[in-house]
Write a protein that binds this ligand. Structure first.
Ligand code: WTA
Length: 631
């Protein structure tokens, strides 16, 4: 059996053996990689003991598999093409050999700074090649990377650095996103006032704006790297050693640091990339995500490099200098595979097809979608105008926790159906749960999506809080991993993800917890309480609706709302800004004091015809007030 699936019957036989002979199936796939020592046992642990291990006893370094392994055969092949925010600015490329050398240099820099195996290194950066180099160098020396998306605020950054006591921060002077300059170093400096664990902050020049360098703490990347040796022997890691931490939002509490490990994650990232996208050796693959999210970890960084593929890395946004930027880049680089989010598709769809038709998109072979449900209209537009009805669309469902794609078509192999993520990847066993916590059998059913068995890419724990890991994912349905998503399985056995069923919103493909936004709003002096719900938004998928109870009626409501937005930006970042805010005198609560979010959601959706039974409310009269004042 080859690891590359080439037909639907091969998919079926892969799937069958992944279910029936799980260990030997994954064992065979893992044999393709460079191991310093072979594993003793392919898999152990389960969703009850939560001591999940893959390739235990195996020794490796993932960067040898991403870089060294390719040098002989494809050292001079482009690993990354890079395009900055402004057209043609900073444009350059790196071959596998060059990337290898840069990674080794920075590995030496980190080592000279005293970073050792197991230490945490935080990245708060622009989408620049140094981010890719830095992440890989961290992995090469056996340290753990924690990339924090460059759109988060200083407080959010500080919280993440503190949670995993990072020793080093790597940042940029600033970055450009569209017409805006974002002063990353300034934001990082604010954060570092409360981060005693950070010993050094390494600054990469990007926007060339003046920054303050703190004596003894801040150092320049270019100074450090100048004389560093381009040779560095990769540190031997256990398959189960942590590779990275990535923070994500849940329905309660502060963001959780999911921990992914070296061996299982590598095998899963590579195997999914290879088969979902079906990339050929001469192709140019482009994933438009940011490395600050899981999509950028698995499908910009590790998946493509493990497969020796050429990728494009882009700093900017789809609408700058105009809404034709994606199409321009596809033509310019001959992009064959485009992997993007429904939000971007919807935003570009709203701009019409003139800019699309100006460009030659004939290089495209495969289109991908990720991060949120794709609505039928966007799917059809993508298919017709971008793929010219000639490129399969892979609608890939997965999560930060799953490490890689879980339910998906394989490009050109699985028959697609608009809005359906279709079928499970080999090794993945999805089940749908009914209200009584029993598995639905058969097809034509909807329920809560769970996963019944472990796969190599699953996050092993929440950093520093294994108990929370158990509680969050394995307590709703004991013995199952609960995804937090609702899902339909149609008559053909195809899966369609219908969205979150918990208090997590998906705003422009970003996961945001309602509790996090409420906590931020409640920090305003004049706020007593707030409740956040998501509502359907044409471009963003979901928008954020805030109901706010004030201490005193604000004299100037517009000013008050501006201040509330300011709080959210300060505590989390601009991505969590409410789209609508309603000042209210109370919230619909049950007698036990629980907010009835169902009612709040309905009002936010503008659907007040059937609010269901409100008689059990402590204060039924509030419902009319909310309805009347709805925005
Ligand atoms: C949602 C992003 C529908 C889902 C990779 C999931 C999707 C959450 C899809 C994870 C899809 C992701 N169709 N919904 N193809 N892909 N989601 O952790 O609600 O940022 O639980 O990982 O995004 O978001 P995360």
């Amino acid at each position: 059996m080859e690891s590359r699936i080439k037909s639907f019957s091969e998919y079926e036989s892969h799937y069958g053996s992944s279910m029936q002979e799980q260990e030997s199936y994954w064992g065979k796939i893992a044999e393709e990689f460079v191991w310093k020592k072979k594993w003793d046992k392919v898999h152990s642990g389960n969703f009850n003991d939560l001591n999940i291990k893959w390739f235990e006893g195996g020794k490796l370094n993932i960067t040898e598999n991403c870089l060294d392994r390719h040098l002989e055969k494809r050292g001079d092949k482009i690993a990354v093409n890079y395009e900055g925010n402004q057209p043609d600015s900073l444009k350059h490329s790196m071959t596998y050999r060059e990337l290898h050398a840069e990674v080794c240099k920075f590995s030496n820099v980190l080592t000279d700074l005293g970073v050792k195996k197991g230490d945490r290194v935080c990245f708060y950066m622009a989408m620049v090649p140094e981010l890719l180099v830095g992440v890989l160098a961290t992995a090469r020396i056996g340290a753990i990377h924690s990339v924090v998306f460059g759109g988060f605020s200083s407080q959010a950054l500080a919280g993440r650095i503190q949670d995993s006591t990072c020793k080093i921060l790597v940042t940029n002077d600033g970055t450009f996103r569209g017409g805006k300059h974002i002063a990353l170093k300034g934001i990082a400096d604010e954060a570092l006032k409360n981060c005693p664990s950070i010993e050094k902050s390494i600054v990469v020049k990007r926007s060339f704006q003046p920054v303050e360098m703190k004596e003894g703490r801040d150092i320049w990347w270019h100074d450090q790297i100048r004389d560093a040796s381009p040779k560095f022997d990769a540190v031997e890691m256990d398959a189960e050693d942590p590779l990275f931490i990535l923070y994500t939002s849940g329905s309660t509490g502060q963001p959780k640091g999911l921990v992914h490990t070296c061996g299982g994650y590598m095998v899963y990232a590579s195997q999914t990339f290879k088969n979902v996208f079906q990339v050929e050796q001469d192709d140019t693959y482009w994933c438009t995500a940011d490395i600050g999210w899981i999509t950028g970890h698995t499908y910009i960084t590790y998946g493509p490099l493990l497969n020796g593929v050429s990728t494009l890395m882009f700093e900017g946004v789809p609408t700058y200098p105009d809404a034709g930027r994606f199409w321009e880049l596809i033509e310019k680089y001959g992009v064959t595979h485009l992997y993007t989010a429904p939000t971007a598709i919807r935003a570009l769809m709203a701009k019409g097809t003139d800019l699309v038709n100006k460009r030659n998109l004939s290089s495209l072979k495969v289109l991908g979608s990720v991060g949120e449900p794709i609505n039928e209209e966007a799917w059809e537009w993508y298919n017709k105008n971008i793929g010219k009805e000639n490129c399969p669309i892979v609608d890939t469902w997965w999560q930060t926790e799953t490490g890689g794609i879980m339910i998906t078509p394989l490009a050109g192999i699985t028959k697609t159906k608009p809005t359906f993520a279709t079928l499970p990847f080999p090794g993945v066993e999805p089940v749908l749960m009914d209200e009584n916590g029993k598995e639905y059998q058969g097809n034509g059913v909807s329920g809560n999506l769970c996963l019944k068995r472990s796969w190599p890419g699953i996050a092993r724990t929440i950093y520093g809080d294994h108990e929370r890991y158990k509680q969050t994912y394995f307590s709703t349905y004991p013995g199952y991993y609960f995804t937090g998503d609702g899902c339909l399985r149609d008559e053909d056995g195809y899966y369609r993800i219908t969205g979150r069923v918990d208090d997590v919103m998906n705003v422009s493909g970003h996961r945001i917890g309602t509790a996090e936004v409420e906590d931020a709003i409640n920090m305003h002096d004049n706020v007593v309480e707030s409740a956040i719900v998501g509502y359907p938004h044409e471009i963003k998928g979901q928008g954020i609706y805030a109901y706010i109870i004030c201490q005193e009626t604000p004299k100037d409501e517009a000013l008050f709302k501006k201040e509330v937005l300011g709080k959210v930006i300060e505590v989390i970042g601009p991505i969590a800004k409410p789209d609508k805010m309603q000042v209210v005198s109370g919230l619909p609560k049950t007698r036990s004091g629980k907010i009835m979010r169902r009612i709040l959601r309905k009002i936010a959706e503008g659907d007040t015809s059937n609010l269901g039974d409100t008689s059990t409310l402590l204060n039924p009269a509030i419902v009319d007030e909310l309805k009347d004042g709805a925005i």
